[in-house]
Design a protein around this ligand. Sequence first.
Ligand SMILES: *Cc1c(COP(=O)(O)O)cnc(C)c1O
Length: 405
Amino acid sequence: MTTQIQANRALFDEVMVPNYAPSAVIPVRGQGSHVWDQNEKQYIDFAGGIAVNCLGHCHPNLVAALKEQGEKIWHLSNVMTNEPALRLAKKLVDNTFAEKVYFANSGGEANEAAFKLARRWALDVHGAEKTQIISFKQAFHGRTFFTVTVGGQEAYSDGFGPKPGDIVHAEYNNLDSVKALISAKTCAVVMEPLQGEGGIISPTDAFVKGVRELCNEHNALLVFDEVQTGVGRLGALYAYMELGVTPDILTTAKALGGGFPIGAMITTTAIAKHLKIGTHGSTYGGNPLACAVGEAAFDTVNTPEVLNGVKAKAELYKAGLNEINEKYHVFAEIRGKGLLIGAVLTEKYQGQAKAFLMKAMDEGVMVLVAGANIIRFAPSLVIPDEDIEEGLARFEKAVASMVNT
Ligand SMILES: *Cc1c(COP(=O)(O)O)cnc(C)c1O
């Protein structure tokens, strides 16, 4: 006799650690930019699993790669290397500034590796005094204790005992605030080339270039966290490519696996050599299954059709959102780049981004928030134009119902 478990939202409260507050909706199936819940209700997905599902749900290339590798070999450990990892690494190297790759399982882990490498590089090359990490207020770099402390929201790192030290926070888009902190003791400046969780904030040209110059002057490494912006999200393979600035270390995750967990830190040979044998590692990092899916995602995204498509689809979103705003006057600004778009709520709707998200769910469209005042869109990079139109029509109904309540 087997008892059937009722996997419903109530069971979450019973058996899950209460660190999340998930929606009552439990999706069970997805295809492209469509998702169905337990009651067969259909949704248009503008959330993309928080900028992860860069090719929508169950993209045939990713399903094929997963099935093929799933019947070959899943896991070996780093005592041995494997073909998918080597191929994906080669593609990352051939298509970016980088010469060396370290694989992890998530964005936080990729950043953890980046920060440890920056500290070790500084120790080896410049001595024990050079440990300061400068990052930015509102920045997000993951939830491990090191990465959350480098992140710019103290509330996320408070309450867990003594924090990793020598980490300071400057203001994004304020070069003087970086100048005031940077010195010979700075080992790295860590930044997102567009702040995602922090509110969809693009850097100014003068700011990114100024940060690069300051890093050069003070022998500090520039670390770009492209966990959210990378793999086509902003319309280039990596955001740095359109900023006229090259980082020393770059981290990538989220879209890298198109929904399968994988992360990577990429850098130059001269910097990479400081992570000597035994200095860092991961049991699963670079496992064949993740890398096989990652390779298929990378190949599928890294084409002119998909990357140019991101730019065209971004225009559709902006036009559609502006139209909605002309009728309902709920947004103070629509910003972002590529398919990472933020709609900033007006004064009247401050703090209500989550309420908009819930109304959107009711109307059959999944969106995200970035803080309490911004609705965020991070759809599949290959979302069909019809789905954008249908999703925006549903979103308009949600906006109308917010305005009329
Ligand atoms: C999501 C995110 C992370 C953390 O990635 P995880 O896979 O959740 O560890 C780090 N940096 C940025 C910019 C992110 O958006």
